[in-house]
Design a binder for this molecule. Structure first.
Ligand code: ZN
Ligand code: ZN
Length: 183
């Protein structure tokens, strides 16, 4: 799969303010946001959707609602959980070259991820990386009452109890002794 995260906005910047273009975003989430802890061997999660680019006074307004489905490990038992992600994009990109004169512009925007480069390429990669991370839950569970793993042997307790003996509660030992004496 070839990621599509860049758009040439030279013509759009020449068009009057208010002009729009639409484009399709496609990206492998594993490439886009490698820090997102997907389960190993998960099928490639594809982020896709359409974006609308509008020429505004400040530059290019990029808006879109993108979607993907990622496999994240359950926080308790580590089993894969399929998690749908809706990723909202809304950013203003600023030109670094005057499209008419070809002269450099020093953008007021300090975040270089929001600069349209000298070849009039608008690159969504960094903003979408951040948006994917924002949209991702920090804590996912395979089910609300997931029993997790036994801390001693690592058995998945959803699949049944393990052979580890639970530590006897000393209060029950006292009670048992009292009951025995009263017999
Ligand atoms: Zn679980
Ligand atoms: Zn155990």
């Amino acid at each position: 799969m070839i990621d599509n995260l860049t758009f040439n906005v030279a013509q759009l910047l020449k068009d009057p303010v208010g002009a729009t273009r639409t484009g399709d975003v496609v990206a492998d989430v594993g490439h886009l946001a490698p820090e997102l802890q997907q389960v190993e061997d998960a099928p490639a999660a594809v982020l896709s959707g359409s974006v609308r680019l509008m020429h505004i006074n400040d530059g290019i307004l990029a808006q879109g609602m993108l979607h993907t489905q990622v496999m994240l490990p359950c926080a308790r038992c580590l089993n894969p959980v399929s998690v749908p992600l809706d990723v909202e994009l809304e950013e203003i990109f600023v030109p670094t070259i005057n499209i008419v004169t070809g002269k450099s512009i020093a953008p007021e925007e300090e975040d270089r991820a929001l600069w349209v480069d000298e070849n009039h390429i608008l690159d969504l990669r960094e903003v979408l990386r951040q948006d994917v991370m924002l949209a991702s839950p920090i804590h996912v569970l395979c089910r609300e009452d997931c029993q997790g793993l036994c801390p001693t042997c690592g058995q998945n307790l959803n699949e049944g109890p393990c052979d580890c003996q639970p530590e006897p509660d000393p209060r029950w030992a006292v009670l048992a002794a009292l009951l025995k004496n009263s017999e």
